[in-house]
Design a protein around this ligand. Structure first.
Ligand code: NAP
Length: 292
């Protein structure tokens, strides 16, 4: 079997096209442009690329965007003061503090300071709490991207065994909440999974992953998931982005797994573009909430 590839790049473009129309309608109705402001501390090269991609995507759909660059010597108090200014600015609808922050800063303290109604990454404890109660204000961008691609290809998780490798606050844990929830805004196929979350202390990882109908890798270890760890016919979603000298690779060994899986997301061109599309979606949603 050779897996069908799940094309996140094309889907992200389609979602952005429909978002452009929604942004136009918002502008006509409210006479305002939804705006995302990103804050970047220091010179981390990968973060610079991510922020640039997000800004370009904003432009493509007609959202306003702004980047505040703070040098690496910025103190946590200065960053917090910047966040407070953005919280108080009615023209800013979404605030994104690009991670990782310098290690001397507490990311939790900074992210907790963002107004939860402008928290388009959905990292604020209030938004995490709402998500865990099944009444999300914003869906976290990468998990939402995973839902969108499964939905687009008509792949159901309902009643299926889903194994997620990775339990981070950004990907694995919120994804487990969404897929195991009682319902989903994308319909009955994108919830009611029986979800197992694995991590670095999971004994015999391969035995667990091999039972998955849907296997999701969000680990940050290049090509860790190989064909022997995948049940023949499983759907495999690769969230990982690892920079090797040869280029970007996922957490899944693409060449071997594509021979056993039924469906597989490539890296690049899988979940990455959808994460950006969902950030734009959240920015528009934040603006709609502000003008409701
Ligand atoms: P993270 O915070 O470092 O979490 C990694 C998770 O993987 C942890 O739960 C860790 O377990 C687990 N893990 C590490 N090594 C393992 C092993 N050998 N076996 C089993 N589990 C293992 O990373 P993250 O932020 O979730 O990101 C994960 C990957 O997704 C990264 O490659 C990142 O670049 C990528 N990512 C992509 C997008 C996108 O848009 N496509 C967005 C966000 C992240 P412990 O909890 O025990 O440490």
């Amino acid at each position: 079997m050779t897996a069908q590839l799940l094309d996140g790049k094309t889907l992200a473009r389609e979602l952005q096209d429909s978002m452009r129309e929604k942004v136009d309608r918002f502008r006509q109705r409210h006479g305002a442009v939804p705006k995302l402001t990103a804050v970047l501390v220091g010179e981390d090269p990968a973060s610079q690329v991510y922020v640039r991609n997000k800004q370009q995507a904003c432009e493509r759909v007609g959202l306003a965007s702004d980047l505040i660059r703070l040098d690496a010597a910025t103190t946590e108090d200065q960053l917090l003061a910047c966040v407070m200014r953005l919280n108080a600015d009615p023209a800013v609808h979404g605030i994104l503090v690009q991670l990782p922050l310098p290690s001397r800063m507490s990311a939790n303290r900074v992210l907790d300071a963002i107004d939860p109604r402008k928290d388009v990454d959905a990292f604020h404890p209030e938004n995490v709490g709402l998500l865990s109660q099944g009444r999300p204000r914003f869906l976290p961008c990468t998990p939402h991207g995973v839902l969108q691609i499964l939905h687009r290809y008509g792949l159901s998780v309902a009643g299926k065994r889903v194994v997620i490798v990775g339990r981070s606050d950004i990907v694995g844990r919120p994804l487990s909440l969404l897929l195991g929830a009682k319902d989903s805004h994308l319909g009955p196929d994108l919830c009611n999974a029986t979800v197992t979350v694995c991590h670095s202390r999971t004994p015999d990882l391969a035995a667990v992953t091999a039972e998955a109908d849907v296997l999701i890798a969000a680990i940050g270890r290049a090509k860790l998931i190989d064909a022997r760890m995948v049940r023949p016919g499983a759907v495999v979603v690769d969230v990982g982005i690892n920079r090797l000298e040869s280029g970007l690779v996922g957490d899944v060994d693409f060449e071997s797994v594509r021979e056993v899986a039924s469906h597989l997301t490539p890296v690049p061109g899988g979940i990455g573009p959808l994460t950006v599309a969902m950030l734009l979606h959240n920015t528009l949603h934040a603006a709609e909430l502000a003008h409701a």
